[in-house]
Design a protein around this ligand. Sequence first.
Ligand SMILES: Cc1cc2nc3c(=O)[nH]c(=O)nc-3n(C[C@H](O)[C@H](O)[C@H](O)COP(=O)(O)O)c2cc1C
Length: 167
Amino acid sequence: MTALSIPVHVPRGEFRDAMAHLPGAVNIVTTYGAAGQAGLTASAVCSVTDDPPTLLVCVNRSSSAAAAFLENPSVCVNTVGPRHQDLAILFGGKTPMEDRFASASWEKGASGAPVLLESVVSFDCRVAHRHVVGTHAVLFCEVLEVAIAKGEPASVYFARAFHAVSQ
Ligand SMILES: Cc1cc2nc3c(=O)[nH]c(=O)nc-3n(C[C@H](O)[C@H](O)[C@H](O)COP(=O)(O)O)c2cc1C
């Protein structure tokens, strides 16, 4: 009998190149609490269920924002469009947290996390569960409040670039 050969997984670089071709919404995800205020740009955001209304967010554990996301109970997912493209680049890394937040207008959500004014849609959440998978922490976030800016164009990140989409 010939043994079945189980393929090893695709090399990391090939996976990353493939993921660059999976279009994704651009979100500025924030948190506030005892571990401080922090935020990052994330495309790894997905709906899980509407009962209870839940999103998941994947946060790289080596990012400067990770400690706050691993400890604080609050998260706000702010989905952005072209008007916030420069902000999405700032929150995309290597900029001190104070400078990221000083570059836009915010209000405090029910969870305590910063809600970005004029975002396309915002989901203010409390973190219900966390799981570590490899390099990332997956946060399961129950949605407390939403705010929708009707008619506001959104951005899609595709092939390592921002693209505008409108209704
Ligand atoms: C379009 C875009 C999407 C990103 N998506 C994610 C993501 O889903 N999860 C994540 O942890 N980092 C993501 N990043 C990278 C983080 O924004 C970046 O690592 C974070 O700001 C931390 O950088 P720092 O360690 O320099 O603070 C994304 C960056 C960009 C520009």
